[in-house]
Design a protein around this ligand. Sequence first.
Ligand SMILES: CSC[C@@H](O)[C@@H](O)C(=O)COP(=O)(O)O
Length: 329
Amino acid sequence: MTQRTATALRYQNGTLAILDQRALPSETLWVEVKDADHLVALIQSLAIRGAPLIGIAAVLFLAVAAKAGKDARTLKAISAQLRASRPTAVNLMNLLDRLNPLLDKDSATIEAAAVALFDEDVALCERISDVGLPLFKKGCRVLTHCNTGGLPTAGRGTALGVVTRAQEAGLAPFVWVDETRPLGQGSRLTAYELKEAGVAHKLQPDSAAASLFAAGKVDLVVVGADRIAANGDTANKVGTLMLAVLAKHFGVPFYIAAPWTTVDPACPGAAAIPIEDRPADELLSLGNKQLAPSGTATYNPGFDVTPATLISGWITDRGLITNPDAFSQ
Ligand SMILES: CSC[C@@H](O)[C@@H](O)C(=O)COP(=O)(O)O
């Protein structure tokens, strides 16, 4: 029987379940994916999220559909539907593009290929954590944004994977956790993962980051990525660009940690990266509580793009990249 388990995803011989990340940290709620429409809804509502994991969920769901007897034409249609579910994280497109040529093969072949992509992500995360480790000095104070650990990957994570690796190496890192408004990936998910890992941390509102830099309390910034363009311009959760500008101003190193599956050599730069427009509701209310007058017009991009010139280096499975030319080769 083929099975794989990640922090927020379980594949077992033709069934796929995801940990509903919207319910964390108060509830641990596993949901079995029923069909392609269901998976699209789970991805769009951020029940399952993070650049690597949405790609992995998509390819594993194609294995589910193949094992349920769907023909190649239907599988290709599902693949196209999943590909369009979120626009910014290129891992989704990259992984589907790698599985697509196999969709007219038997279900065992499709499953083996999907599972291999899961295993690859686990290995990429490990490699990233090895590459990033030398950047951490004992007791260093790291600021991070959004959530980049076990929850959004098949493995130990990207930026947060380096942090937990440093913790295991006895370097006792301290993490400043950006709340990451409006959906709280920092407060709900990163604080949760750091608590589980026993890493010292404090949570602050995103708007407090500047004062932390000004007080000299940040030694380095490490964040994840959703798409790295050929020139090194990097899309990540909205708010990342603000941190990069601050880091430059205050002379603090700013690193991106990401697997090569996040690189899009066909994308020339910032202007060509599609940025997801998130629903107004995310700003207008919180649960049942209204946060702004109904009907208020909103600007709610899910991501922003940090120009390569503000990035000290990219911690990748291919090593620490300091010259963005590497992304176009
Ligand atoms: C290892 S996850 C890297 C990125 O996907 C992460 O930083 C991020 O921006 C996630 O955004 P989200 O909207 O929560 O999917």
